[in-house]
Design a protein around this ligand. Sequence first.
Ligand SMILES: [Zn+2]
Length: 201
Amino acid sequence: MIALPTKPRVMPMRRCFFYCVTLFFLATSAAHAQSDDGFGDALKIEGEHFNIYYKSHIALEGLLKQLSVSPADEMLSKQSIDTSSLERTISSKVEVLFNRAGDILDMHVYSFQGSIKIFPSMKDMTDYYNTRFHANLPCTGYAFYSPDDKSIYVSADNFRREVLGHEIGHAIMSGYFVVQPSMKVQEVLAGYVEYQLRKSE
Ligand SMILES: [Zn+2]
């Protein structure tokens, strides 16, 4: 279990690169090795580009507080945040992030439809990763994107603007390119999304 930092930690680019390349390679090579991710009975928030799945004991208030999508994000994405309920607020903020990432990358995949699956803890996510890929999740890992099921996997304590922005960047690229660029290029671009979001905190 990773302790909740008081400030989002900046992942060193070299370490992040190693981590994400490893994840992407393993995810791609394990196309037929998926296992039940345990979200069959999870609660679901439907969204335009992402359906969000989470366990009933995860507090939405905490997720929303951590997400910290700002009024500047809302303005830059030209998309309003729906505050009619906690569920709609979280979903619309994720959609704002999707638009921000698309603008930062200058890649717009309007038809994209994927999932964000939120594990209660980092250990739950790590255990799932170990089972699915028969490998250890690098200890610096916050989240990962699986192109096989178009899902971002993240733990509740890392449901954060920059972490999600980075993974949404991977999701956008996987839908944008017919022929996928090298992992190195994808990692640089996802890191660029994360960097731009951190810069505008
Ligand atoms: Zn990455």
